[in-house]
Structure formats: structure tokens, C-alpha cells
Ligand binder design. Structure first.
Ligand code: OGA
Ligand code: MN
Length: 224
């Protein structure tokens, strides 16, 4: 294989995504997380933004914790509201297709064996929060990689509402990520506790999880 063919394969045939995907893979390999300010391709960010601004209150669910029958609301832990992306909007499909290209890239580059992706819009009203938590617990779920993309034009430092990503259980300082339009954060779901601080204005994002397949007896693992 020539060097050029190698490049074409590594970026999934999409040169625009290639540089970003490679930067994400390098960060994940080196440190288990990647913060990419204003990196989400503009057309995808704009579609998601427009779609999310058009959602009305009735299309959101109060966020809970756990999955399936273990899903419970817990206002002590989180107060945001969410709307799952099932691919029934053009914006949702664009995002899912981009995530799928990222999934293929990371599988080829890092051998992560990512199998499926689940994702939702999230809206935090002023004062809403999501207390320090892990997205997955060792051996309990099959979420491997978490991704969040922010959809807040003109976010300033005084708006607060940062995501704080902690290195481990003992880390009390963490890394603060401003939820500015197009910024992407990706991290290993089992490795990094994190929290969403209350904001002074409405805070919009898309969050997603790449999962491995833990299906048994030929029963496909349901997407959520
Ligand atoms: C989550 C989460 C972070 C954010 O939905 O699990 O941690 O910044 N979101 O919205
Ligand atoms: Mn989380």
C-alpha cells in the first residue's frame, strides 16, 4: 500500500473529517480524553442548533439515571432535560452519520471495537446541573466512549455552566470546558468523573455514547 492509499483509508475517505479524527485519536491514545474547541463541522452544528431550538418542551424528557427498567429520575444528581436522537430528523441523521464515521475511524486506529452509538439533545435551564458522575461503571454497562458537542453561540466566561472533567476519583480541580458553539469533548466513559456546573443562561448540547456489543444468545444489545 502506498502512503497515499494509507492516508485515504485512515481518514475514511473524507479528508475534512480526517484531520480532526486523527487529532481525537492521538489525544485518546495519549491521555484518554480530547477537547476540541469549535471543531464540529459548521453545517452539522448549524443543523443541530436549528433543530434543537425548534424542539418544544413536550419533546424533552426529564433526565434520569440508569437504563431500561432501572431508569429513575433523581433531582439530587441532575436536573436537565433530554431528547433522544433517533434519526427521524435531517439534523439528527447528519450527526449520527458523522458519529458513525468517527466510530469507524477510531475502531481502525485504536481497535476499540465500538459497535453502536446512542445520543440525545440536552437542555439545561439556568441553574440546572449534573453532579459529579461517571457515564459507565466497570463491568456494568457497555458505554466505552462519551462525546459531548456544545450548541451555545456567544458563550462567555460569566455564563458559567462549564463541564468539569476530573482525572480520577481524587482529582478535586479538574479541567473546565466552556460549552461554546461547536466545541467537542470526548473521553473514556469509565475513566473520567465529570460534572456540569449551573449556568446563568440556557445551555444546549448533544451528548452521545459509543458502546461495545455485549449481546448474549444472539439477542442484539438494544441501543438503550
Ligand atoms: C452527560 C454529561 C456533560 C455536558 O450527559 O452525561 O455529562 O457537558 N454531559 O453536558
Ligand atoms: Mn456524563
Amino acid at each position: 500500500m502506498t502512503a497515499l492509499q494509507g492516508l485515504a483509508r485512515a481518514d475514511g475517505g473524507n479528508t475534512c473529517d480526517g484531520t480532526l479524527f486523527a487529532a481525537i485519536a492521538d489525544d485518546l491514545e495519549a491521555q484518554g480524553f480530547s477537547i476540541q474547541p469549535t471543531a464540529l463541522p459548521q453545517p452539522i452544528a448549524d443543523s443541530l442548533f436549528t433543530h434543537q431550538q425548534g424542539l418544544d418542551g413536550g419533546q424533552y424528557l426529564d433526565a434520569g439515571i440508569g437504563r431500561g427498567e432501572r431508569y429513575v429520575r433523581n433531582e439530587f444528581v441532575r436536573t436537565d432535560e433530554i431528547c433522544w436522537i433517533m434519526g427521524d430528523s435531517a439534523a439528527g441523521r447528519q450527526w449520527l452519520q458523522w458519529a458513525s464515521r468517527l466510530q469507524s475511524f477510531l475502531n481502525r486506529r485504536l481497535f476499540l471495537g465500538l459497535f453502536s452509538f446512542e445520543s440525545h439533545f440536552a437542555h439545561y435551564a439556568p441553574g440546572d446541573y449534573y453532579k459529579r458522575h461517571y457515564d459507565a461503571f466497570r463491568g456494568e454497562t457497555n458505554r466505552v466512549l462519551s462525546i459531548v458537542a456544545y450548541l451555545n453561540p456567544g458563550w462567555s466566561n460569566t455564563d458559567c455552566g462549564e463541564l468539569v472533567l476530573y482525572a480520577n476519583d481524587h482529582d478535586r480541580t479538574g479541567t473546565r470546558i466552556v460549552p461554546l458553539y461547536g466545541t467537542i469533548v470526548i473521553f473514556l466513559s469509565e475513566e473520567f468523573p465529570h460534572e456540569v456546573l449551573p449556568a446563568n443562561r440556557d445551555r444546549y448540547s448533544v451528548a452521545g455514547w459509543f458502546r461495545v456489543n455485549t449481546s448474549l444468545n444472539n439477542r442484539l444489545d438494544p441501543p438503550r
